[in-house]
Ligand binder design. Sequence first.
Ligand SMILES: Cc1ncc(COP(=O)(O)O)c(C=O)c1O
Length: 488
Amino acid sequence: MSQSQAFTQFTAKFPAYAQTAAIDELRTNEYGRLEREGQIYLDYTGGGLHADSQIHAHLKMLTERTLGNPHSNNPTSLAMTKLVESARSYVLSYFNASPDEYIAVFTPNASGALRVVGEAYRFCEGSQYALTFDNHNSVNGIREFAKAKGAQVHYIPVVAPELRLDMEATVEQLESGDRSKNNLFIFPAQSNFSGVQHSLGLIEMAHECGWDVLLDCAAFAPTNRCNIGRLKPDFAAFSFYKMFGFPTGLGCLLMRRDKLHKLTRPWFAGGTIQIASVQGNGHYLHTNEAAFEDGTVDYLNIPAIETGLRHIESIGMHLIHERVVCLTGWLLDTLTQLRHANGRPLVRVFGPTNTVARGGTVTVILLDKNGRVIDDQRVEELANHANISLRTGCFCNPGAGEVAHELTSREMVTFFETGKPVSFSELRMAMLEQFEKSVSAIRVSVGLVTNFADVYQCAMFMRGFLDKTTEEIGPAKFPSDHLLRDSA
Ligand SMILES: Cc1ncc(COP(=O)(O)O)c(C=O)c1O
């Protein structure tokens, strides 16, 4: 079917797409580099794209203003402080978080936000740290802080094929917390592996059971409204480049003021203290966001956050969301219908195959006509030839991957028993050889300025694998370890 015939069918099935035409215009005016370079960008879960106007606005500020390190009383410093604090207020208001209730801490990225909470949370003997299987590694890593302070770590399973939470296990876990201790629960509002959007009602449920909740919004915020003031998580983590592409070195942590006492910073640094003394051997931390921002913040880039948020607001999150739902729906329908001549499916989706409670992240493996898994690296290599940016690997989300690929704890433990480090490519090879299992997949993700042509080209690319065997498709030529990092 030609692209124009497919588009007619698409708009008949997803009529709401027509209401998002303003984004096509925006794409032409502001993201023209996609067309100029012939890029089919489908890695929005990895990173968002910036509009030209964001860069122009930033360049204007940099070239017109003389700005110094903030938090001093000289004119250039005062000017910078004003811009930084304006961006901070804007972040709070964008997420509908009242400054009376929340503080916004600038961090290098979402991982930085997660780390601030992880290392400072007052875990103790008898505390629990509960997290869902499908968390990003930057959430998994918090278990090291928890264990070091004597807390128990509990993973709540997700269930294949949709990779949604096992609700019975969730309720059981949350009800098991000892209310006299500090208990922390973290889950992603949207999984960066499966696109699953977990119920945000879990926040209230966890609160009722006496847990503190950190909501990881990194993959959710780019295409969904994040009403933090209404949801009331104790902590929420974001990466701004995922929302609007630029700047790449900034994220934020929203923290409820009434939960700051649950954190004890393990150190102090420049910027975080009111006073410190060498001879007095003491220090007093600030009592606001400054206590959590180590050293000099990325001040020249922080104003670009406000620009980015204003950009999103000028488009309208409802429009972005609607468009992503339509394109994801079409992609899922089309990919799941692809069948080899012998009737076998080409695509297996790891996650929901419809648009209910899911975002625009579609993770799949391709199967050849004999039902054998096609090497994802080979798929990526061939996608590269077509200028399609998709992502392969485990996406820093080993738990969801282990459930999706049916990897068992017995199998996984073998790689950690000896303590001898194993690289991702070694793990990949060993799992194939020892257990005939794959550990990686292919992720296609749509976002802010994806258009129908992008998803159509992607579906046509995948169609090209129909009726072929893995031998005919051949091995990947580029399996080098630097490309195989367990990345975002
Ligand atoms: C759900 C989720 N959490 C956390 C992160 C970490 O974000 P960053 O790499 O920007 O720190 C990511 C990145 O992909 C993510 O998708």
